[in-house]
Design a protein around this ligand. Structure first.
Ligand SMILES: Cc1ncc(COP(=O)(O)O)c(C=O)c1O
Length: 445
């Protein structure tokens, strides 16, 4: 085993050793459950100091590649169950609810009608060659007109999750530190964990990532920072001009890649701000059309510098290649026909009203909710499970906060998709307020 690791050891450092072990795992030479020799033996055989080996083991353990099992020694972790585990936990509310506000999805009644657009798709455009530009020129023009900065390159992908997945595989390596918002969209945490990245939490206030935490993350050597510029899921935080300049100042001159996931897009009420205005050379901005035009369109766009985007556009040609031009045509139609434009405007107002109505009643009932925009609210509760159970008895489903938390939470939360509350906002909010106060049981501590 040690000779296999030695063959892959390019640098006699902790990072070099961690990389060698991860490559041996990737090559199938080290299998889940294999026990690693003691730190002393590894150090002796590879001519490294025990401190270096121990630092490599800590990095590998943090990324989940190895596990320490007390007397069972240190073993290669079993990643056959790596997958959307937080995602599943966040959304698995069990029995269907009469009023399911757990999903984070848009209200189907507020999406533009696809039928007229589909009827207009008489002409299915085929690429003349497989290596044609993956973006339909009409769509590229619409995107450029509405992009928060002038992107050097633009591409279209199959939704924001596809964008994040492509960006992570092109730019995040095993063991990289990556700044993430806390609380964070759970699938992003699952994705980063799956490639062995080490997440560095950055706290949020109403205006987005807090500068003090971003500075600390930069000092810890993060390779990338993933943020949501507006209508953050779950909190509803949105960047302000002031925050954009504060964060840009901290990031300028560093080699941190900034990834902005604008998943709410056109249904967010806040302006579409971006750090790309100030630090375009390091910003990849993602805009999803799932919330505004329908999750099943599976269309999102990424814009940013060619240096950062071309590697993933090229790599994609070895797989999916491009996002169906048929779907791109449907989106062009939806973005240019007045009834669909009006439908998206109506949706934006409805989401803002629904959120405000619920937050207002919660405030009157002593429950203060952070954030200002979007389809979700992040409700502080005394006990997450008790709150969920209490709401379940009223036929209301909400998502548990645990999977969104990067650090162990000081205060527990549930996420409520206010965007799905069509009526009786007063009643629903009262139930939520009541649930926020419920404790499991009075433990005799
Ligand atoms: C923050 C965030 N990013 C990404 C996504 C996924 O978006 P898409 O449907 O475009 O893949 C969501 C969906 O809820 C989201 O909330």
């Amino acid at each position: 085993m040690l000779s296999e690791i030695e063959q892959r050891l390019d640098l006699p450092t902790a990072r070099g050793l961690a990389h060698a072990v991860s490559r041996a795992i990737g090559d199938g030479v080290l299998a889940p459950g294999d026990r690693l020799p003691s730190i002393r033996m590894v150090a002796q055989q590879l001519g490294l100091s025990p401190t270096t080996v121990s630092a490599a083991w800590s990095a590998l353990a943090r990324s989940g590649a190895i596990q320490t099992r007390g007397r069972g020694g240190t073993v290669i972790a079993d990643h056959r169950d790596v997958g959307p585990s937080r995602y599943r936990r966040a959304l698995d509310v069990g029995t269907p609810f009469a009023l399911d506000f757990s999903t984070g999805t848009p209200d189907p009644e507020l999406l533009p009608d696809l039928r007229p657009a589909l009827r207009r798709m008489e002409r299915v455009v085929q690429p003349s060659r497989y290596l044609d530009d993956p973006v339909l020129p009409e769509l590229a023009e619409l995107l450029r007109d509405d992009w928060p900065f002038a992107p050097e390159r633009l591409t279209v992908v199959d939704g924001a999750m596809d964008a994040l997945q492509l960006i992570v595989s092109a730019h995040v390596r095993f063991g990289d530190r990556v700044g993430v918002e806390d609380p964070c969209f759970p699938p992003l945490l699952d994705l980063l964990e799956s490639v062995g990245a080490v997440t560095v939490p950055v706290g949020l206030d109403d205006d987005g990532p807090m500068p003090v935490d971003v500075r600390a993350a930069v000092e810890q050597g993060i390779r990338a920072l993933f943020i949501q510029p507006r209508a953050q899921n779950p909190t509803g935080a949105s960047l302000t001009e002031k925050r954009v300049s504060e964060l840009s100042r901290l990031l300028r001159g560093t080699d941190v890649l900034v990834v902005e996931d604008d998943s709410a897009g056109a249904v967010a009420s806040s302006a579409g701000l971006s750090l790309g205005v100030a630090v375009p050379e390091k910003t990849l901005h993602v805009r999803s059309f799932s919330k505004s035009h329908g999750p099943d369109l599976r269309v999102a766009a990424i814009g940013g510098p060619a240096r950062l985007l071309d590697p993933l556009i090229d790599r994609r040609f070895l797989g999916q290649g491009w996002t169906s031009r048929l779907l791109q045509n449907v989106l062009v139609d939806l973005l240019t026909h007045v009834p669909s434009i009006r439908a998206v405007e109506r949706a934006r107002h409805a989401y803002a009203q629904r959120r405000a109505a619920i937050v207002g009643v919660l405030a009157k009932n002593g429950v203060a909710v952070q954030g200002k925009d979007g389809l979700n609210i992040w409700v502080p509760v005394r006990d997450q499970s008790a709150a969920q159970l209490r709401l379940a008895t009223r036929g209301i489903g909400v998502a548990s906060g645990g999977p969104f938390d990067v650090r162990a939470a000081k205060v527990e939360h549930v996420r409520v998709t206010t965007g799905l509350v069509r009526r009786d906002h007063e009643g629903v909010a009262r139930h939520i307020a009541e649930a926020a106060r419920s404790g499991a049981w009075a433990s005799p501590r």
